[in-house]
Design a protein around this ligand. Sequence first.
Ligand code: 5GP
Length: 189
Amino acid sequence: MAAGKLIVFSAPSGSGKTTLVRHLLAQDLPLGFSISATSRTPRGQEQDGQDYYFLSAEDFRSQIAADAFLEYEEVYAGTYYGTLQSEVERLWAAGKHVLFDIDVVGGLRIKEKFPEQTLAVFVQPPSVEILEQRLRARGTESEEKIQQRLAKSTQELSYAPQFDRVIVNDNLAQAQQEVVALIASFIAS
Ligand code: 5GP
């Protein structure tokens, strides 16, 4: 497959999108996960080259200068996230369609660059209150980081109408079924 399809999952942090993406990857579908690069430090059990390519801010900026990113963003002040062109090429060369778990602006940028090949899915949490509960239950971040994420989430919710599909994640089993059917049919189309 010289150039496969691109499937973008974007959502406010804590909407359950990563759970849905993992569920999709566990199916027997020709999908490969796009490992993003970031300048943030690893959280919990995260591994370099598996969850993210962890780069220093300086290395990240050199890659920007070398035009190595398909899209990148300073998602939080001083913290960069981006998709390396080489990552998409690696997955396409392996015969896979590429699955992205990225921020809403990055997701829409990919859709804009590859309009024909991309399906952009927005995972919507049932409410901002539930989002806050989920973020706190995760217990991995400081109060300041939680507040930062909530402010960003509220703003991100306004992007939903620009996506091809919106999945409301209030019932996980149902949302899982919905995304598998959606992606299987997109791949087959
Ligand atoms: P986290 O720090 O929780 O792993 O991710 C923070 C945010 O950065 C999330 O909204 C996540 O989707 C986004 N993100 C992860 N990878 C990328 C990427 O490659 N590009 C962009 N634009 N955002 C990303």
